[in-house]
Design a protein around this ligand. Structure first.
Ligand code: RM4
Ligand code: MN
Ligand code: MN
Length: 396
């Protein structure tokens, strides 16, 4: 690789930070049961400890996304505790994720629930979440709604849209100037007939309605199989409405598989659209890169390290596209040439340059290998296995 290219990779990696989710270290499962792992984290402190490991080994994950119900057992009162863990384990709180789907009350929805007292409860919880984010001085409140219905005719779709508009506007008014609301969409699951925020267009309309600090969050797993995700990304960039990503890969639906395990070229194309936008406009896209993966079978910390390394690799590949030449080829409709700029960048082995960057940062050249050598996994397995073995895996 020539010096110019390794320079580009250095610069790209310098600004590339990716947030890891606290829930990625906990036991998770499918609707048929959970597979318990002896080393899984069950407390907020353990999640911070594991996230701290990922950051220490990669130097690329300084923040951890938190789920209000799962990580703030005493709500707002837990802020101090979370701050202690952040300091202790060297990783800061990141996006705050309200939980509007787990409580029994939300069986028929949260913001879209026909019962005004349940909508009020959902509003209260979202406001508390904004308060928590403010207390922790974190910027993004990330909203995902399970709201929807399972059978035709059972929900007033238009009315629910109005309730969403009203409540999103109300919570937007609560934001401090530095905070943002991220609105996530998902076509189905847990609702199997209609989902209130099913796609990027609905999320975009609602975010616009809510106010200027609301943006769209693209979870890569939340699309129909044939959808062109990078086009959605390009449109959201063009509208200045792309707030962040939840990265994961999928084969069928919202599978939460490891990023790039099925289709790395797609992630590359997404990064390419972002970098091309930045080159063309001279603006820095203000995007929160986050991972949203729950690994049922793989070791959780290993899978997270694998994901971060893959994200860095694909981002580094995307930064090798020569934008000026690509723009020329596009203008003159030189199709093969234009396409080959992407293909050549994607085919480049960027790993040696990434290793150089890691060396220069004083982090592990091979984070996964270093983790295996570190003894951390053996230690937490010993500490946590007794508690985890008591975990319930069956839903019966
Ligand atoms: C959803 C979505 C959300 C996540 C929940 C637990 O599928 O991806 O971002 O918070 O799962
Ligand atoms: Mn998500
Ligand atoms: Mn999901």
């Amino acid at each position: 690789m020539n010096a110019a290219n390794s320079d580009r990779i250095f610069q790209a990696l310098e600004k590339f930070r990716i947030e890891i989710p606290s829930w990625g270290f906990a036991n998770t499962g499918t609707r048929f049961g959970k597979f318990i792992q002896a080393a899984a984290a069950t407390t907020t402190e353990e999640k911070f400890s594991d996230a701290g490991q990922v950051h220490a080994l990669t130097g690329a994950c300084p923040t951890v996304a938190l789920h209000v119900l799962w990580d703030f057992t005493d709500g707002i009162q837990s802020i101090g505790e979370v701050q202690t863990y952040a300091k202790r384990y060297g990783v800061n709180p990141g996006s705050i994720n309200p939980n509007l789907f787990q409580d029994q009350e939300y069986k028929y929805g949260s913001f879209g629930n026909p019962d005004p007292s349940i909508r009020a409860r959902a509003l209260r919880h979202t406001r508390d979440s904004i308060e928590i984010a403010r207390g922790l001085q974190t910027r993004d409140i990330s909203l995902w709604f399970a709201d929807g219905s399972n059978y035709p005719g059972t929900a007033n779709i238009r009315q629910r849209k109005l309730w969403f508009e009203e409540l999103l506007k109300t919570v937007h008014a609560d934001l401090s100037t530095s905070q943002r609301l991220l609105v996530e969409y998902k076509p189905f699951e847990p609702a199997f007939y209609h989902t209130d925020i099913a796609d990027w267009g609905m999320a975009l309309l609602l975010a616009r309605f809510a106010g200027p600090q609301a943006k769209v969050l693209v979870d890569t797993g939340h699309h129909y199989a044939a959808q062109n995700i990078e086009q959605i990304v390009a449109w959201l960039l063009s509208e200045e409405m792309l707030g962040g990503f939840h990265f994961n890969d999928r084969r069928y639906a919202d599978d939460d598989l490891t990023l790039g395990s099925i289709d790395p070229y797609q992630v590359f194309r997404i990064f390419h659209e972002i970098l091309f936008y930045e080159w063309e406009t001279g603006k820095q896209a203000d995007i929160a890169y986050m991972i949203d993966q729950s690994h049922n079978l793989k070791g959780k910390i290993e899978a997270m390290l694998q994901t971060v390394c893959m994200a860095q690799e694909l981002f580094a590949k995307a930064c090798l596209v020569n934008h000026a030449e690509l723009a020329e080829a596009q203008k003159s409709c030189d199709l093969v040439k234009a396409e080959s700029f992407l293909q050549d960048a994607f085919a480049t082995d960027v790993r040696p340059a990434i290793q150089e960057w890691r060396r220069s940062k004083g982090v592990q050249v091979n984070p996964l290998e270093a983790f295996r050598q570190s003894g951390y996994l053996e230690r937490i397995t010993q500490q946590r296995s007794a508690r985890n073995s008591q975990s319930v895996s069956s839903y019966a």
